[in-house]
Ligand binder design. Structure first.
Ligand SMILES: [Fe+2]
Ligand SMILES: [Fe+2]
Length: 178
């Protein structure tokens, strides 16, 4: 765990909140894109609907915390609106299993991202850390459910998940700054 010492820069909680809210917003858009394409009663759609409801809850909590702390959202929100929906729709059009592989890839990156943030925050911001830790557990559960439901059997799984993970890293880097 990283500990703050005099003279060191404290973790930038505002920037963390900004990128995390952008990520949860992106997640809701990905799932909206997938649910627009998938047959409503297929098992994948049922699983994704359940996960989407949790993303809505994560987003609402970060929205509230941002308002309370007067942190501005990322200026890239309109981009994540479109890019998230497009990624969701594109993977669902490939196949039901590809839609699950998308969740597998994204949540793998988000688990690492939230883990790094928790290390960086240390004891600095218990309020934010508590949310991140709780949501991280949900994201890991999403990743595991997607794998159990057959994500890894999606055609082109290694390439597809590598591409999505790379895109997710770029989105995280941009949302921290812009
Ligand atoms: Fe989430
Ligand atoms: Fe998630």
């Amino acid at each position: 765990m990283t500990r703050w010492r005099p003279g060191e820069k404290r973790a930038d909680a505002a920037s963390m909140l900004r990128v995390d809210q952008a990520g949860e917003y992106g997640a809701t858009r990905i799932y909206a894109g997938q649910l627009a394409v998938l047959r409503p009663n297929c098992p994948e759609a049922k699983l994704i609907s359940r996960m989407a409801a949790q993303e809505e809850r994560h987003l609402a909590r970060f929205d509230k915390l941002m308002a309370k702390r007067r942190v501005r959202p990322t200026a890239l929100q309109p981009l994540w609106n479109v890019a998230g929906f497009a990624l969701g729709a594109a993977t669902a059009l490939m196949s039901e299993k590809a839609a699950l592989a998308c969740t597998d890839a994204i949540e793998t990156e988000i688990d690492r991202h939230y883990g790094r943030q928790l290390d960086e925050l240390g004891e600095d911001d218990p309020e934010l850390s508590a949310d991140i830790a709780e949501f991280r557990a949900d994201e890991v559960e999403h990743r595991d459910s997607a794998r159990e439901a057959g994500a890894t059997s999606a055609p082109g799984y290694p390439l597809l998940t590598a591409a999505i993970r790379a895109g997710c890293k770029v989105a995280i880097a941009l949302s921290k700054r812009i």
